[in-house]
Write a protein that binds this ligand. Structure first.
Ligand code: NAP
Length: 513
């Protein structure tokens, strides 16, 4: 995984380096070169896959992880203030509850520790090859297996599971003149903790979930903070609180109590689907809550006007924060709404001609989601890459398998993302499907599966119809939509319908050989 820092030439161009120089484990030259299953990525999805497979008796697997530690997005997103906005009791594996979460919304460090502990608890760390980046994975039709080239050598596998994460490739805008910037530039997912922001003039670009956590965390120490806002987000209060020690003890002693808490959070979140997907007029309530929140926290009418969103609430992710608006009202903060036209050696220039002196640029500019670079590295039966197969938009069957890519699963694949609940729930649903598929192959003496294209097409047509009625397709620009405006990222309805659909592997939808 990469991290941004000031480069050797002293310019602000974002440079990439491996964050921890010493891998947990060196790639093992004597390791077997063929495996039943190869998993790309050791984040939530990859670890979940490794654990589920080993628990089901599949021991011959390898996890290929390009970084030197596990944790995926929670390893990378260690920026100041990084915290999950799904409550911890739900944002964790159902098979690995953690009774002693310290807060209702855990911080990134605690989630990262949870993943480390869970990997140890289920003894899957030994399957992980750290410092091993997948450079190419190609289906070999003759051998009926995946041939995988990595930075640490080649290997093959019967089954390939892509668990590389939709939010793992930072997107940095190509601002004119950025290479001339002489200060430090870093992306939210590549925070450089060696950089001391005390007294510095810091530009934060973006107003998504990452930026709104960074802003209040750094505002008290920086000299001046310029927030570059292209779109004002909808922000509601964050009901975060410490989970008291007595309650943690209770969760430990009575596991059923934690299950109840998890269920309550789950069903509460599912209720949101009525507003997002079924009856948009229900979104009037969160809209009112957000506008009151803004009015309570920002008294200056001019600032309040510039922070008032102009698109349908819910169309982009609704953000949770109690300290974002207050940070922007401080005397060392400015909200810059004029578009950036240029970056020069010591400043950012906006369309009104103003030069904003800048020492550090923080990109809260999101990720390559619908154009994930890994898609160029995975080649299916006809030799074309996933990127080519997806040139008109990402598509999969049940978010998990792709026609023409035999024996391949994509975890958190197309249209499995959520605007309202825990992705871990979706991952676990997919893992049930993966295990049932492997069981079916074994039972039928088959070696390969490939979903029928017409079944995949029909599935996606149905999804598109459902998505058309949702708030996410209501006309705003967001990372949920690809460059053609097609929503290829979100699941359109209740998560329990997804789970129910993936309870069994539907062999009839596939060519099995
Ligand atoms: P994001 O939601 O994609 O936001 C990117 C921001 O950068 C947007 O405000 C966008 O403006 C702005 N931007 C992009 N290019 C720009 C440019 N050239 N000039 C000015 N502004 C520009 O990215 P994110 O905040 O990293 O969040 C991504 C996702 O990660 C979230 O939706 C969430 O799913 C997850 N996340 C979760 C948490 C959490 O659980 N608390 C925290 C962080 C991230 P526009 O809005 O105008 O496009």
């Amino acid at each position: 995984m990469t991290q941004a820092t000031r480069n050797e030439a002293g310019t602000g161009a974002v440079e990439h380096r491996v964050p921890n120089s010493a891998p947990e484990q060196e790639p093992d030259a004597g390791a077997p070169t063929h495996h039943r299953v190869a998993i790309i990525g050791a984040g939530f999805a990859g670890l979940g896959a490794a654990i589920s497979l080993t628990q089901a008796g599949h021991r011959d697997l390898v996890v290929l992880e390009r970084a030197s530690t596990l944790g995926g997005t929670w390893r990378d997103n260690q920026y100041p203030g990084s915290q999950c906005d799904v409550p911890s009791h739900l944002y964790s594996f159902s098979f690995a509850p953690k009774p002693d979460w310290s807060r209702s919304f855990a911080e990134a460090k605690e989630i990262q520790q949870y993943l480390q502990d869970t990997a140890d608890r289920f003894d899957v760390r030994r399957h992980i090859r750290f410092g091993t980046e997948v450079l190419d994975a190609s289906w070999d039709a003759a051998m009926q297996r995946w041939e995988i080239t990595t930075s640490g050598g080649t290997l093959s596998a019967d089954i390939l599971i892509g668990a590389y994460g939709p939010l793992s490739e930072p997107a940095i805008p190509a601002l004119p003149g950025i290479d001339t910037f002489s200060g430090v530039a870093m992306h939210s997912a590549q925070w450089n903790h060696d950089v001391d922001l005390t007294g510095k003039r810091v530009a934060v670009i973006g107003t998504g979930a990452s930026a709104i956590q960074i802003v209040p965390s750094i505002q008290p120490v920086v000299g001046h903070l310029d927030l570059y806002q292209r779109t004002a987000p909808w922000v509601v209060p964050r009901p975060d609180r410490e989970i008291k020690p007595w309650l943690r003890r209770a969760y430990r002693r009575v596991p059923g109590l934690q299950k109840l808490a998890r269920a309550a959070i789950y069903w509460n979140r599912e209720l949101l689907v009525f507003g997002f997907s079924k009856h948009p007029r229900l979104m009037r309530l969160p809209r009112k809550v957000a506008l009151e929140h803004l009015a309570r926290q920002v008294s200056d009418p001019e600032l309040r006007a510039s922070l008032t969103p102009t698109f349908d609430i819910g169309c982009k992710r609704i953000l949770l924060s109690n300290d974002y608006y207050p940070a922007l009202t401080q005397s060392n903060s400015s909200v810059v709404t004029d578009p950036i036209t240029e970056v020069c050696e010591h400043a950012i220039v906006t369309a009104d001609g103003v030069e904003h002196p800048t020492d550090v640029i923080v990109y809260g500019t999101g990720f390559h989601v619908t154009d994930h670079p890994v898609a160029q590295r995975i080649h299916g039966a006809d030799g074309h890459s996933l990127a080519v197969a997806w040139s008109k938009g990402m598509e999969a069957y049940r978010g998990s398998t792709v026609a023409g890519f035999p024996n391949f699963f994509t975890l958190i694949g197309p249209n499995t993302g959520l605007g309202h609940s825990s992705l871990v729930f979706m991952i676990e649903s997919q893992l049930t499907y993966v295990l049932d598929c492997l069981r079916t192959l074994d039972e039928r003496g088959a070696r390969t599966f490939d979903v029928h294209r017409e079944i995949q097409d029909a599935y996606n047509d149905e999804l598109a119809t459902q998505l058309d009625q949702t708030v996410w397709n209501a006309g705003c620009a967001s990372w949920y939509l690809d460059e053609r405006g097609r929503n290829t990222t979100l699941w359109p309805t209740f998560t329990f319908t997804y789970r129910s659909m993936l309870r069994h592997f539907d062999a009839d939808a596939y060519d099995l050989h």
